[in-house]
Design a protein around this ligand. Structure first.
Ligand code: AMP
Length: 435
């Protein structure tokens, strides 16, 4: 399958070629024709699947094909949960739309509204926004949606997690009834389906990249360690293995700050990225990380979502997330595009419940390793046996697998890599295997 076969016209094909993509990803192969046909779409696809191009390319094509009745009036609106994701989406629109006359801009909170208002007043065709700031600007009369044709809810599950449901509903009331709706979400839990029902008109449902796909291509280890020694163990792992670029996940903002301060003091360049940081501080941390100045970027789950950092060799879970699906998102940041990545979780005895939940979701026990000098006084109990996953089998699949249940992976990942799960005292050095 090539991009030409998907019905995209020359200016877009040229931009795709310049970007260096050779063929559409599975979500693009399904989403592009669906969007071009005018259908509503509900796509279960995570970051890393190419979902952004999956909606930006056909939207640009539609706007181009229909011609411009009123240049630079908002014809497409993309809502995202975070500023980072919003910034990345608008960057993608600029890249793919490089040879088209459309203007796009982004509005999000945490920065002064005046430049955003000025951009809106100059006129734009595609608006990317986080819900809160968009609503503020709507209330100030700065945004008009009378020409809107397409609405995209990107990472809809995160928007609900972050409490944006009321803002979204208020925004929906401001949009023309007649429009095309596209919803992208990592999961389609009941709450999302509830929202979708009120928005979508006979949507095509597609699913790619089930969580088990991620879990299969990422090598994973658990390092049992006492809670108070986690920071020191992390430093040890970074230094011993000479990791130059590692994304570390922290459940809390305070924890992220404390850890990055500890690492800095211990001689490892580190920075924290989370919702309490200003946009400027986040951008600086991210660019320092990308350029190699910052070796360890400590992020909370929400801040990490949507960060466009390609192909990280490894990620570390400084603590385990309470929601097991977040673990799958976290480890999905490594080993993208077929490359195998590595994920290391520092686990203390009190996290056994989270570990059991995660192992249940990924349907495997994660190998445990011990680092000399960091063996825990409080041992992490042995993992619980795995229960059989529930499966649901309806809908169309873009990635070649049956559609996944929101919480459970497909059966293909069952029963792998159980080494060591019930031998918690097994000792291994941090040798080449983690390098
Ligand atoms: P996304 O899931 O939209 O965040 O995209 C993940 C990454 O895949 C981004 O860095 C894109 O630039 C890249 N990408 C998107 N589509 C393709 C494609 N067809 N071929 C290669 N890379 C792609």
């Amino acid at each position: 399958m090539t991009f030409d076969e998907l019905g995209l016209s020359a200016p877009l094909l040229r931009a795709i070629e310049e970007k260096g993509y050779r063929q559409p990803s599975p979500i693009q192969a399904v989403a592009i024709p669906a969007v071009l046909s005018g259908r509503d779409l509900m796509a279960a696809a995570q970051t890393g699947t190419g979902k952004t191009a999956g909606f930006t390319l056909p939207i640009l094509e539609l706007l181009h094909a229909k011609g411009v009745a009123h240049p630079h009036r908002i014809r497409a609106l993309v809502l995202t949960p975070t500023r980072e994701l919003a910034a990345q989406v608008v960057e993608s629109i600029a890249t793919y739309g490089a040879h088209l006359p459309f203007k796009s801009t982004v509005v999000f909170g945490g920065v002064k509204p005046n430049p955003q208002i000025a951009a809106l007043r100059r006129g734009i065709d595609i608006l990317v926004a986080t819900p809160g700031r968009l609503l503020d600007l709507c209330q100030q009369g700065e945004v008009k949606f009378s020409d809107l044709e397409v609405l995209v809810l990107d990472e809809a599950d995160r928007m609900l997690d972050m409490g944006f449901i009321h803002d979204i509903r208020r925004i929906l009331k401001l949009l023309p009834q007649q429009r095309q709706n596209l919803m992208f979400s990592a999961t389609f839990a009941n709450e999302i389906r509830g929202l979708a029902k009120t928005i979508m008109n006979n949507p095509l449902e597609v699913s790619v990249s089930a969580p088990n796909t991620t879990a299969e291509r990422v090598k994973q280890w658990v390092y049992p360690v006492d809670k108070i020694r986690k920071s020191a163990l992390l430093r040890e792992l970074v230094v011993q293995n000479d990791w130059q670029q590692v994304l570390v996940f922290s459940r809390t903002k305070h924890g992220a700050n404390r850890l990055s301060e500890y690492l800095e003091k211990a001689g490892v360049n580190a920075s924290a990225i989370h919702g309490n940081k200003s946009q400027g501080a986040r951008t600086k941390a991210l660019s320092g990380f990308k350029s190699g100045k910052i070796r360890v970027l400590v992020a909370t789950d929400i801040a990490a979502r949507g960060l466009d950092i390609a192909q990280l060799p490894q990620v570390v879970n400084f603590d385990l997330p309470n929601v097991p699906e977040d673990y799958v998102h976290r480890i999905g940041r490594t080993g993208r595009a077929g490359a195998s990545g590595r994920a290391f979780s520092l686990v203390s005895a009190d996290e056994i419940k989270q570990l059991n939940d995660i192992e249940q979701v990924i349907q495997r026990h994660i190998t445990r390793e011990y680092v000399d000098g960091f063996e825990p006084d409080h041992e992490v109990p042995a993992s619980a046996p795995l229960r059989k996953p529930r499966t649901s089998g309806q809908g169309k699949t873009a990635g070649g697998r049956g559609r996944r249940d929101d919480k459970q992976p497909g059966p293909t990942s069952r029963g792998r890599s159980t080494e060591g799960h019930n031998r918690p005292r097994q000792k291994k050095r941090t040798g080449n295997s983690t390098r």
